[in-house]
Design a protein around this ligand. Structure first.
Ligand SMILES: [Fe+2]
Length: 537
């Protein structure tokens, strides 16, 4: 039986998952990482994973908190857990946006802050909501009009453009990348008005149809839908990107003046727009914290933190140093996967390469040497990240200096669209020499400019507009990843590596068996996993 209070959070919507907070400890994971279906809803596998990590049973939970998207969950909702020994009185529901707000503030390290939540859809018509948060709780201080359709929200508008240019609405990051190739000046019309602190968007229907109808009403020529190579699509992407940046700066400037605060937390899927985040920090002149699992992947965590607040009456404060919320795997578990033992719950992928492995004493040094030799490697160390970004625990790494390595990575392994950039990870102490950056950026949530004199050296990670979605690596937080980058810097003169997520059109690998399966089915040259080097025969 647990001696400290235990709060379990479960997300019923897309990007389902589970988080457990026990005292100061947190474990969390998205359902997709275990069931291997992207953006999967559901939480059962994630719940088992989190209970196992803490060696808890469901009935040990002091509270279980659900959230969902769309219509509000009814009072008395149990999710069926009452059949598994959880008293109905311990099960509660929380508003979708309030959950986002808890995830951001509790992890921010701020004592007091304005919290802005902006996403495609919360409960009912919620798309923007604002809170003042402090040590004992948080209070909602505004948001969109309750009777304004969600189509007029920042996130839903971005989704409509994303559909129009040819992507699923969950793939807004692709629209953001495409925007760098477009000319926003071709579309001077605003997409949002700010009335007081309320966002009033011009679209009146969601998805592609909403944008097409708006353009017809306004007499705007958008070009053909689903043509990412057309200049018109790039210009449309640039338009929604500019308008998103503009409305966020105006909104946050208004709210911080109104409430006399300078510290701002941002959550909700709009917070994944790393280009807008950089513009917001500079444009509104605020101390900005964006929670790494800003999208609905963060719901389960927000729910569990909310549950802890309800149990104790105090805001659970967990200033975030790392987005690693997954369990670790020991050498025996890794060895089972390398031997392709059924106990490792191996997943088979095709085609499959034969491979061999050996124990190594200095994984960081071995990996650095491989990268300097032009190899593409998988890097698996420690517990996985909860958010969408691989930050050095489930990563594919490459030499950032050469454009052709980036293209090889795209063509041979990641199979991504040509216009999407890869991100750099840099030693925190060297970041200012390579990027226009004067603060740490450990979660890859802000795009900054690569210093012009370094762009040639960083050709593989510099986007068309000279930007990069940089990750700064702190030796105290990630000593092994830091050592890898430092050793690569010693060998090449460039203390930067290209860092992308360890996957190929699938959820990021979670277990050693997933990593081995993806490695053997891919054109990766090597895999450094725990204390082992794996190479193809
Ligand atoms: Fe959300």
């Amino acid at each position: 039986m647990a001696s400290e209070p235990v709060s379990i959070g479960l997300n019923l919507g897309h990007d389902g998952g589970c988080a457990i907070v026990r005292g100061d400890e947190v474990v969390a994971i998205a359902e997709e990482r275990i069931n291997r279906t992207r953006y999967s809803s559901g939480w059962h596998a994630a719940l088992n994973y989190c209970l196992d990590a803490f060696d808890l049973r469901l009935e040990d939970a002091d509270t279980v908190v659900f959230s969902g998207v769309g219509p509000r969950l009814p009072a008395g909702f149990t999710g069926g857990l009452d059949r598994y020994g959880v008293e109905p009185g311990r099960i509660q529901v929380v508003d979708h946006h309030l959950s986002h707000a808890f995830s951001a503030f509790c992890l921010s390290g701020f004592d007091e802050a304005l919290v802005v939540v902006a996403d495609g859809a919360g409960n009912d018509q919620d798309t923007e909501s604002y809170y003042l948060a402090g040590g004992s709780g948080m209070e909602r201080v505004g948001g969109n009009r309750a009777d304004r359709p969600r189509a007029g929200g920042i996130g839903a508008t971005y989704e409509a453009f994303t559909n129009f240019v040819g992507f699923h609405e969950q793939e807004a990051g692709k629209t953001m990348a495409l925007a760098s190739f477009g000319d926003a000046g071709r579309h001077p019309s605003p997409l949002f008005d700010l009335v007081g602190s309320r966002v009033e968007g011009r679209l009146t229907a969601t998805h592609e149809r909403g944008l097409v109808e708006f353009a017809a009403r306004a007499g705007i020529e958008l070009g053909a839908p689903h043509q990412i190579d057309d200049q018109a699509s790039k210009d449309a992407a640039a338009w929604v990107q500019r308008e998103t940046e503009d409305i966020l700066v105006r909104l946050v400037t208004t709210l911080t003046a109104q409430h006399d605060v300078r510290q701002v937390c941002l959550a909700g899927g709009v917070g994944m727009n790393c280009v807008a985040n950089g513009v917001l920090r500079r444009g509104a002149g605020v101390d900005l914290f964006v929670v790494p699992p800003a999208s609905d992947r963060g719901q389960a965590l927000g729910n569990a933190l909310y549950g802890m607040w309800r149990l104790t009456g105090a805001m659970p404060r967990r200033p975030l140093r790392t987005d690693s919320f997954g369990r670790e795997y020991d050498e025996d578990e890794i060895r089972l996967a390398l031997r392709r033992h059924p106990w490792s719950t191996i997943v088979e992928r095709h085609p499959r390469h034969r491979f061999g492995y050996q124990a190594i004493s200095d994984p960081a040094a071995v990996a650095a040497r491989l990268l300097a030799d032009g190899k593409l490697i998988g890097w698996f160390q420690g517990g996985s990240e909860l958010g969408a970004r691989a930050l050095g625990r489930r990563s594919i790494l490459a030499d950032p200096r050469r454009r052709e390595i980036r293209d090889a990575l795209n063509a041979r392994i990641k199979h991504r669209e040509w216009f999407r950039p890869f991100a750099p990870a840099v030693l925190e102490e060297d970041a200012g020499k390579w990027f226009d950056l004067d603060h740490e950026s450990p979660f890859m949530l802000e795009a900054v400019q690569v210093r012009p004199e370094q762009r040639e050296q960083l050709a593989g990670v510099t986007h068309i507009d000279g930007s990069a979605r940089v990750q700064t690596v702190d030796e105290a937080v990630q000593p092994q990843f830091h050592r890898l980058i430092r050793q690569f810097g010693d060998l090449t003169g460039v203390p930067v590596v290209l860092n992308t997520s360890f996957n190929d059109r699938e959820p990021i690998v979670e277990t050693p068996a997933h990593a081995v399966a993806t490695f053997s089915a891919s054109e990766l040259d090597a895999l450094v996993i725990g204390g082992f080097l794996v190479t193809k025969e």
